[in-house]
Design a protein around this ligand. Structure first.
Ligand code: CAA
Length: 411
């Protein structure tokens, strides 16, 4: 990952715009939309009018082509004010990445300009009831019929479902294939047979809907098959997640910073034993740890995003590290922030409880943190080939054990 990260002028401008919108339309309304469990259309409109949906769309298709680092900076600002709104924004990038990384020229021209303008919102439909971490184990099918695909089944945990106009839906197109089973297909809201069936009642990120999407013989033209070639879906899903995970990490970074800022202001104001609680060493330790972890997340987020923008070859490990570390940090920082607020932190009268509730999902969606650690370890083990020059410094005794022999004789 690069260690000489440069922020472009454009990225800084987008960050400043996001901060203004967050201060005006997101933070003051966060509790209202959280309680009502309603989408903040007002803020989404402001984001669209300010051109922030253009951040992640390439220039040729109506976007700013500002890159993943700019996307992270914008998401961080929005999430600092309301983590739920952070994902309400960033999920549009997640849903668009299959088209950006895998779509044909015609598909990019058809959908991306509308997304960039904020005229159409997007959702990413990968998970199912029985396919969460095992993203390859999908059951939703898309069967060819003349010039169309006919889609049947149910998707679970579709963030932005109902609000979104465009759905990137991952379907089984070849059940007999092992590596080319899955394809991504675009389904537009309003297509007969497509419906939103269950709007989840959530612990956090309540201002953005998470739903089940159902497909009852949904007929879409073959032109909607992303990339125009069946069997590329799993690869497109993984490439999408590599690019979207720094965005979730940025959401977590914003959430951690937002909770830390509130805890700092409160710990200076709150007096006990005749002094502000920020003067007590045990509180200072908490504040210092919260700040260190948040800052460490910041640089993992920025470096993993900059690596993608720089076109580095292996971006998977960095994206997983940023996602895992920043989201674990957001949960830890929000927990300590509630502790610093004491009884007030446990009450819904103040936003700090919401930071705590919003943080939990970060460790779960876009790949659980158990999956991130698995991905990181798999990559480390692969990369260890480059460390063969260290072989002479490790014990050279025979490493094959009776267990290995048993395994190879059974193979
Ligand atoms: N980029 C490109 N290709 C990749 C890849 C990557 N990062 N990772 C894997 N692949 C390719 C492999 O090369 C392999 O290709 P071949 O068949 O051609 O050899 C193929 O994909 C299969 O790879 P694996 O054997 O590694 O696959 P696996 O079954 O072991 O699964 C996994 C890998 C990492 C566990 C994956 O299933 C995964 O990421 N699971 C988590 C799913 C997830 O993140 N879901 C989130 C849903 S979205 C969401 O939550 C959004 C929201 O609501 C906001």
């Amino acid at each position: 990952m690069p260690h000489d990260i440069v922020f472009s002028e454009q990225a800084r401008e987008l960050q400043a715009t996001a901060r203004e919108i967050a201060d005006k339309y997101v933070r003051p309304l966060a509790q209202k939309y959280d309680k009502a469990q309603e989408y903040n259309y007002e803020a989404a409109r402001a984001v669209a009018e300010a051109g922030l949906f253009k951040t992640f769309v390439p220039k040729e298709y109506g976007g700013h082509g500002a890159g993943i680092l700019a996307l992270a900076l914008v998401t961080e600002e929005l999430a600092k004010a309301d983590s739920g709104f952070g994902v309400a924004f960033a999920v549009n990038a997640l849903g668009s990445f299959p088209i950006i990384v895998g779509g044909t020229e015609e598909q990019k021209k058809q959908w991306l300009p509308q997304i960039a303008a904020g005229d159409k919102f997007v959702a990413f439909c990968l998970s199912e009831k029985n396919a969460g971490s095992d993203a390859g184990g999908l059951a939703v099918t898309a069967v060819e019929d003349g010039d169309d695909y006919v889609i049947c089944g149910e998707k679970k945990w579709t963030t932005n479902g109902g609000v979104a106009d465009i759905y990137s839906v991952f379907c089984v197109t070849d059940p007999t294939s092992k590596s080319r089973r899955i394809s991504a297909i675009i389904v537009e809201k309003g297509t007969p047979g497509f419906s939103v069936k269950k709007i989840e009642d959530k612990m956090g990120i309540r201002c953005v809907p998470v739903v089940e999407t159902h497909y009852d013989n949904v007929r879409v033209p073959k032109a909607n098959l992303i990339g125009g070639r069946a069997g590329m879906g799993f690869k497109h899903a993984m490439m999408t997640l590599d690019r979207a995970r720094p965005g979730v990490a940025a959401q977590a970074l914003g959430a951690a910073q937002g909770a830390l800022d509130l805890a700092l202001v409160y710990s200076n104001r709150r007096r006990q034993f005749g002094a502000p609680i920020s003067s007590f060493q045990m509180v200072q330790k908490m504040l210092a740890d919260m700040a260190m972890r948040t800052e460490a997340s910041r640089w993992l987020v920025y470096a993993s995003a900059a690596a993608i923008d720089a076109g580095l070859k292996n971006i998977t490990k960095g994206a997983a590290m940023a996602k895992c570390y920043a989201t674990d940090t957001a949960m830890a920082v929000a927990t300590d922030a509630v502790q610093i607020f004491g009884g007030y932190g446990f009450m819904e009268d103040y936003p700090i409880a919401k930071y705590f509730r919003d943080a939990k999902i970060l460790q779960i969606y876009e790949g659980t943190n158990q999956i991130q650690r698995m991905v990181i370890a798999r990559n480390l083990i692969k990369e260890a080939e480059q460390l063969s020059f260290l072989e002479e410094y490790i014990p050279q005794e025979e490493q094959v054990t009776y267990r290995d022999e048993a395994v190879s004789s059974n193979a």
